[in-house]
Design a protein around this ligand. Structure first.
Ligand SMILES: NC(=O)c1ccc[n+]([C@@H]2O[C@H](COP(=O)([O-])OP(=O)(O)OC[C@H]3O[C@@H](n4cnc5c(N)ncnc54)[C@H](OP(=O)(O)O)[C@@H]3O)[C@@H](O)[C@H]2O)c1
Length: 340
């Protein structure tokens, strides 16, 4: 059965109309929008406010969201700590915590390390920060070419067997890397970058995951938005380095934003944010990660639920993108370096 076929719509007790998708091979049922908490960690997003962050995570639950995605590296532990605080006091069993492993940092410099020793020590730190004794979805953050894949996958398999993690995931892996990983351990989840502007996974990765029943948590659903002519980013905000926000491409992406927004309004009575996330789900993504750090940023989530794009709408979107973005660029600028 395909992932798309397993989605169900549920009437949440709080009245939201969230859709859900099963993660094949596990007991997990994820809301089709998940909250992403990288910005909540502050680092590379120009800072964040703790009380506001806790309020944002709790607001996500009132919108029917049950998945919270974080990582040790987001704010160097800060994001996980805030997530742990937000779901303490009886909320833990109602949420699916997704975190990651395999990046280390020293003096603010990030490198990959997906060795067995690193995985086994990192999980203890994550459990402590998240104030829990299990992690629902544990994901290898980036492939590490310096460590044999059997070692990384073997460590994940052992954590799963011990009951410390409930689903095994990887992020930013190619098909070849997933193939290697699956020779040693089950693979339940891939977390790839995917959105209207960053479509590299369509060639091989998306069909592979669909074929092998690997659920996908797509990140960058909003393509780190706020794409307007007057957009300015401050401090260490990673969007200052995103080539989409630099000329000559910025003008092209802005033109696409204007035309796609007009199309969403005319065809569906929606806005671009609804269209962008709905499109991603209709392409076969199980759950779209929505980065937020203010509660009101999640207000549009309901607008994504309960409708679908037809084939002619998808074709029209493709045409708009072809006509406006003549020089597309992917999310490669975000990749952390290998260890030397
Ligand atoms: N596995 C990986 O390697 C990886 C990489 C990147 C991200 N992720 C995960 O995916 C999550 C989402 O990705 P992302 O945070 O990079 O990007 P994103 O979801 O595409 O964009 C997040 C940003 O969009 C803006 N935004 C949110 N709601 C909005 C609204 N209603 N209206 C206008 N702007 C809005 C906010 O920016 P402002 O607050 O500045 O307005 C927010 O910080 C992350 O938090 C993280 O959990 C994983």
């Amino acid at each position: 059965m395909s992932i798309a076929e397993t989605k169900t719509r549920e009437n949440d007790p709080r009245g939201s109309q969230m859709e859900f998708a099963e993660i094949p091979g596990t007991a997990l049922k994820v809301s089709r929008v998940a909250i992403g908490t990288w910005a909540i960690g502050g680092w590379m997003w120009g800072g964040s406010d703790e009380a506001e962050s806790v309020a944002t995570i709790r607001a996500a639950l009132t919108h029917g969201i049950n998945v919270i995605d974080t990582a040790p590296v987001y704010g160097f532990g800060r994001s996980e700590e805030i997530v742990g605080k937000a779901v303490a006091d009886g909320l833990r069993q109602h949420v699916i915590l997704a975190t990651k492993v395999g990046l280390e940092w020293q003096g603010g410099k990030i490198t990959r390390n997906a060795s067995r020793a690193r995985i086994m020590s990192e999980i203890e730190d994550s459990l402590r920060r998240l104030r829990t004794d299990y992690i629902d979805i544990y994901q290898v953050h980036w492939p590490d070419k310096l460590v044999p894949m059997e070692e990384t996958a073997g460590a994940m398999r052992d954590l799963y067997a011990q009951g410390k993690i409930r689903a095994i995931g990887v992020s930013n892996f190619s098909v070849k890397q997933m193939e290697q990983f699956r020779r040693t351990a089950s693979l339940h989840v891939l977390q790839p970058p995917y959105n209207l502007f960053e479509r590299e996974i369509e060639a091989e990765i998306l069909p592979y995951c669909r074929k092998h029943d690997i659920a996908m948590l797509g990140y960058g659903a909003l393509c780190r938005v706020r794409m307007r002519a007057d957009t300015k980013f401050q401090g260490d905000d990673l969007r200052r380095n995103d080539p989409k926000f630099q000329q000559p491409r910025f003008t092209q992406y802005l033109a696409a934003v204007v035309r796609l927004d007009r199309f969403a309004q005319e065809r569906y009575g929606k806005r671009l944010i609804d269209l962008a996330v709905r499109w991603m789900l209709d392409q076969g993504i199980s759950s779209a990660l929505w980065g937020a750090r203010h509660p009101d940023q999640l207000q549009p989530v309901e607008g994504v639920m309960g409708w679908s794009l037809d084939a002619s709408a998808k074709a029209k979107i493709d045409r708009i993108l072809e006509e406006t973005v003549t020089d597309p660029v992917g999310p490669e600028f975000m990749a952390p370096p290998e260890r030397s």
